[in-house]
Write a protein that binds this ligand. Sequence first.
Ligand SMILES: Nc1nc2c(c(=O)[nH]1)N[C@H]1C(S)=C(S)[C@@H](COP(=O)(O)OP(=O)(O)OC[C@H]3O[C@@H](n4cnc5c(=O)[nH]c(N)nc54)[C@H](O)[C@@H]3O)O[C@H]1N2
Ligand SMILES: Nc1nc2c(c(=O)[nH]1)N[C@H]1C(S)=C(S)[C@@H](COP(=O)(O)OP(=O)(O)OC[C@H]3O[C@@H](n4cnc5c(=O)[nH]c(N)nc54)[C@H](O)[C@@H]3O)O[C@H]1N2
Ligand SMILES: [Mo]
Length: 769
Amino acid sequence: MSKAEHDKKPGKAGGLPSLTSTVKHIFRSEQLRANLYNLKRANQDKGFDCPGCAWGDKKEGLIQFCENGAKAIAWESTAKTIDRTFFDQHSVSYLRKQSDFWLEYQGRLAEPLVYDASTDKYQPISWDDAFGLIAQSLNMLESAKQLELYTSGRASNEAAYLYQLFGRMFGTNNFPDCSNMCHEASGVALNQSVGVGKGTVTLDDFDQADAIFVFGQNPGSNHPRMMNALRSAARKGCKIVTFNNLKEVALERFASPQDPMELLTPMATKISHAYFTPKLGGDMAAIRGMVKYMLEQDEIAKEKGTKRVIDEVFVTEHTQSIEEYIKAVSNTPWSKICEQSGLSQKDIEQAAKIYLSADKVICTWAMGLTQHKHSVISIQEIVNLQLLRGNLGKPGAGLCPVRGHSNVQGNRTVGINEKPKSAFIDALNQRFSSNFDKEPGHNTYHAIKAMASGESKVLICLGGNIAAAAPDTQLTCDAIANCDLTVQISTKLNRSHLYPGKQALILPCLGRTELDRQASGEQAITVEDTFSMVHASMGKIEPASPHLKSETAIVCGIAAATLANSNINWQQLADDYCHIRDLIEQTIPGFSQFNERIAQPGGFYLGNNARELVFDTTSGKAQFSATKLPEKLIAEQFSDKSDSKHSLLTLQSMRSHDQYNTTIYGYDDRYRGISNNRSVLFINEKDANKLGFADGDLVDITSVWENNETRTVSGFTLCFYEIPRGNVAAYYPETNPLVPLDSVGDESYTPTSKAIAVYLSQSESSRIL
Ligand SMILES: Nc1nc2c(c(=O)[nH]1)N[C@H]1C(S)=C(S)[C@@H](COP(=O)(O)OP(=O)(O)OC[C@H]3O[C@@H](n4cnc5c(=O)[nH]c(N)nc54)[C@H](O)[C@@H]3O)O[C@H]1N2
Ligand SMILES: Nc1nc2c(c(=O)[nH]1)N[C@H]1C(S)=C(S)[C@@H](COP(=O)(O)OP(=O)(O)OC[C@H]3O[C@@H](n4cnc5c(=O)[nH]c(N)nc54)[C@H](O)[C@@H]3O)O[C@H]1N2
Ligand SMILES: [Mo]
């Protein structure tokens, strides 16, 4: 790929190309009519919740989908299926050599499958035999704690609730989930600081904010419906300030496909009023700088007797430990702030001035903040900033971690948690006359370690693709294959199916768009969006195959077969999901009259104590966190491993515009000007020149870690790009082999996917996948 080829970064995001791409993906699904029908019903009242991201919507207006939501829908709802003939033709070893794109592109899984080690092939198995095999294997375990129950955030509230109930009844709290690799740091930070692990804003707040600060997030590709909220805010004069390592075009200029002028002409809405490009991991320093400036201004105001900069009333009434925090800020010199953030004092002061000019500020963030070693304290620095000005508990202001998977937040709410709160276990114990364990179980990091060492023996996955999504790919795949039994509940073939344990099952399930018929009739499921709105979702098209079961029915099937003596009628729950919602209502706060309230258009708001300025923290107040900036960021930490040949850079792994996590829809990244290649490494021209590389050169990327460990991926094309010196970027999951399993966030255990210390070398060959 030459420079000319990738130098096609568009002048704006959205617009006509977005519509064209939507149409292309709908055609490719080979189910035109069904998918046009699907799109009409996406995110509508009595429709289904888009299986794309967790952004909320107002359930009004004709169109509530975006380009990438349409891709997700068309990808799930394809006419292509793979059944026994496909698996008879292809061994697992053969399938392993295929790309992630190819695997999923073959179509929907059509019937339950069991792995036969003697032929290295999957073959059909009946549902009853599959459940029987699981029950037998689980009941042979020496300890219930040898079971790992992974969840990906697409599962419904109903399936997830029963899944955790089954796990706890069986006797394990091992609930590794995708959230451990995603927004875990947000949960940990917010729980400590404001007593609730979720965002405090609702969609309406975006209409009222005077400023919105967007940290480490690429909504143009990953939350395109958020672009409507940002666009409409910007047009009303709200100041949007972006902190992103890369200049993401949608955050610069966005054209709504629903605005005829912006659709058909070069016109677009300017989104960011100011755009800062900090170094990877530099956000905490940048925010600390903003606060330092604000406190300096506050001192001046005090001297002059003018209006204070900090909101004294709010700070006194609602917060704790401001003195320690002010001390920590004054102990942080500007030199350290500028060096670590990569921004000048002038830039940081400009950001602070915009912040101060606004009465109501929302701060949003995503993976650019959560996937670092110091993510928890970085997010707490956002909270500190917001607390100083009372930007919490009033309309148009607050904290907004923008969630990933469409129901990842709901999964947590209904109990997918390896560290269950004591009150939740008490409620379950009371309802089910049980004595469930309160000891923390395994998160994703601990689960992979336990499977690798042989301590855990069975892995069941409710969706997702842990083999490709988790770090340290080789180690993770070996860990999965080390199990006695692996069970994947999936819609499509993926890499996690190709590392079977001694025994392995693939259990194919219904997707969101499909009709879910049970004994009592057609079922709705429920989900919770990033704004804590819970609503029903109902698919309406015929399932891809008559042999599919719903996730809920599969969980009930496993539980009924395994737990011979449980006091629950699992079949009755599978027959009518209203009964599951009754159980949720009886054991989880906020769900009173659950079945009645999901009948309301738009569903209902779960509520958020911090928004009401009620703080479930130890002090009963919102907590300032007085931490120091990290001494060193990752590449500095390993500076002893850096020499003229191996100059260390910091790599972030991110999503292209054409993927949904490990699901690859195509090889383009339109908004970054990339076509037909995913093995790309974005690099600053000056860094490349210094290292003796030219644009388009092929390189191998090697990461460094403790004890001289290295990990290498080969055949990446260099792409000169506007990126801070010392930083490089490439796509996930291709770069996951580079992330050492032990490189995790403090307290969050989230893989540091946005901070990998690497060096480059000339490549011998180009990548095959
Ligand atoms: N179409 C589509 N939608 C999706 C997904 C998808 O894969 N495809 N995934 C879903 C999921 S599970 C999630 S969690 C979300 C993810 O949504 P995002 O968080 O937007 O995902 P990433 O691609 O990881 O993007 C990280 C962004 O942060 C920037 N960044 C990286 N490191 C830093 C840093 O240190 N500081 C700053 N300031 N910026 C940084 C990157 O340049 C990039 O713009 O999207 C969800 N929605
Ligand atoms: N290096 C690096 N690694 C990362 C990240 C990163 O930014 N960089 N991001 C992390 C993040 S934020 C996340 S959330 C994780 C994602 O981790 P996961 O959630 O485990 O991965 P996905 O790629 O979303 O899972 C895709 C698979 O889910 C299955 N599936 C799709 N729809 C359904 C459904 O309705 N039901 C069921 N049962 N299965 C379904 C399909 O078989 C598909 O192959 O990856 C993490 N890994
Ligand atoms: Mo995520």
